[in-house]
Design a binder for this molecule. Structure first.
Ligand SMILES: [Zn+2]
Length: 463
């Protein structure tokens, strides 16, 4: 059999890896959207390194768009096989892919109306393609071995990275050969995070495709996360009487923050201030979270014996309505606004930032990764002014950061996650920038992993 790296090769986005069995059967692992501004990658999302019609089966590790965002395009271009993922991943995909289709449709309309280029921009797919995608998708349980086709079995195991996230273990028996196991870590989460279970080590495999996003980093310990969070709220909303903005990804990060606020509220420690979650996608995602308690860890299950809704309390209002979202800009009394996108380059948070940033009473709490070119990235790099909606504004609001929210394991945590892999014939590093991967490769040498490859895009290996 062969493996070809068709995305997230020396990159952190666009995950896609193709396994071709000796009999020609083709299994695609993930089918993610490339997200970024790299000129060289401009055509990545609209072209394929294989023929979609020839793919027999698609397996998804988790619902993040950089792992699933091109699936409707694959279906549109002729893929008719089965799509397998966990139950929760299927549920999250149903809202995230629709959202992605709508964003693309809106972007294309705006681009063509403004005539940014002579070439008309077309969305990669529409909501109809998403519906066809979901018809092909089957949700499977964790820890069960499922037959994919003659000689191929699959097992998902909790990766603790996002609701429904999984590592993938494939057991493959080809005629006349010894059985082979191929593992794909997907994105690896972190231990001791709220809501989700800790990542669980995969079974031992022969070949492992491993993510390396933070292959050169060790996260700072932030043991008093809840206290730190409460101190920021008190400083901005009580001492300064200001508004606290929290830019957060709609899925995962928002639910973690709301759950923290819910715990503070139940402990009688949350100040009497209104809290708004201003993101329709986050509202839909929270409903999906609530309907998949099978993915929760023991702590939140115990908590739910006291409070059956860990994502809702009296002071919290979910804002779907665009009019109310706009009215939040006029509120002059203390409040907390949690809104997307996490990098502040799009979505309602961009408007909140624009309207709140010049008032020194207000505060911004950064809890997630931001690409350097985005407003979030510029703020992290110390920008004192930002250009938003064609206008330059001063950043006078206080900026606070909390690092512990990362959903990706750092290099020590990844090494710990794979340290049981004692019979590996080869370890492929994917989903990381090339310099980080080179660092990680040497780091893994210390753990005894010597047969490590950093595949380039379109590179193929015989297994
Ligand atoms: Zn992910």
């Amino acid at each position: 059999m062969k493996i070809k790296f068709c995305g997230a090769a020396r990159q952190v986005t666009g995950s896609s890896h193709l396994i071709t069995l000796d009999n020609g059967y083709k299994i695609l692992l993930d089918c993610g959207l490339y997200q970024g501004r790299d000129k060289e990658m401009e055509d990545f999302n609209s072209t394929w390194l294989f023929d979609p019609k020839e793919i027999d089966c698609l397996i998804l590790s988790h619902a993040h768009i950089d792992h699933t965002g091109r699936v409707p395009k694959l279906v549109k271009d002729g893929f008719k096989g089965d799509i397998f993922c966990t139950h929760a991943t299927r549920s999250l995909c149903s809202i995230m892919l629709i959202d992605s289709a709508k964003i693309q449709e809106r972007d294309a309309q705006y681009h063509n109306k403004k005539k940014f280029s002579k070439r008309k921009k077309k969305p990669l797919y529409n909501t109809h393609d998403v519906k066809k995608t979901l018809d092909l998708t089957t949700g499977l349980s964790y820890e069960r071995s499922h037959r994919v086709c003659e000689g191929v079995k699959i097992m998902f195991r909790d990766a603790g990275h996002l609701l429904g996230s999984a590592s993938v273990t494939l057991s493959i028996e080809e005629s006349g050969k010894k059985p082979v196991t191929v593992g794909f870590t997907g994105d690896i989460g972190r231990p001791f995070r709220p809501i989700l279970r800790d990542p669980r080590q995969m079974p031992e495999v022969d070949y492992l495709i491993c993510e390396s996003t933070y292959g050169n980093r060790e996260h700072k310990a932030q043991p008093d996360e809840l206290e730190d969070f409460l101190n920021v709220i008190k400083k901005i909303c009580i001492d300064n009487k200001g508004k606290l903005l929290i830019p957060a990804f709609s899925i995962g990060r928002t639910q973690e923050i709301v759950y923290m606020l819910d715990r503070l509220e139940n402990a009688g420690r949350l100040p009497r201030i209104p809290v708004y979650v201003d993101s329709p996608l986050a509202i839909n995602a929270t409903l999906v979270y609530g309907s998949h308690p099978e993915c929760f860890d023991t702590d939140i299950h115990e908590y739910m014996l006291i409070d059956d809704d860990p994502f809702g309390f009296n002071k919290l209002q979910y804002v779907r309505d665009r009019g109310l979202s706009k009215r939040l800009n006029d509120i002059k009394t203390p409040c907390i606004v949690i809104s997307a996108s996490g990098m502040m380059n799009a979505g309602r948070i961009k408007h909140h930032l624009f309207n709140s940033m010049e008032n020194p009473k207000n505060g911004l709490l950064m809890v997630g990764y931001c690409a350097p070119y985005t407003p979030g990235g510029q703020i992290r790099n110390g920008a004192k002014q930002l250009r938003l909606f064609g206008e330059t504004r001063n950043l006078n609001m206080a900026v606070h950061e909390m690092y512990s929210f990362s959903a990706h394991a750092d290099r020590v945590e990844i090494a710990g996650f794979i340290k049981n892999q004692q019979k590996l014939k080869k370890l492929f590093l994917v989903h990381g920038t090339h310099d980080v991967q080179e660092d990680f490769k040497s780091f893994l040498g210390k753990y005894g992993f010597n047969n490590v490859e950093i595949p380039d895009l379109a590179q193929e290996f015989e297994l």
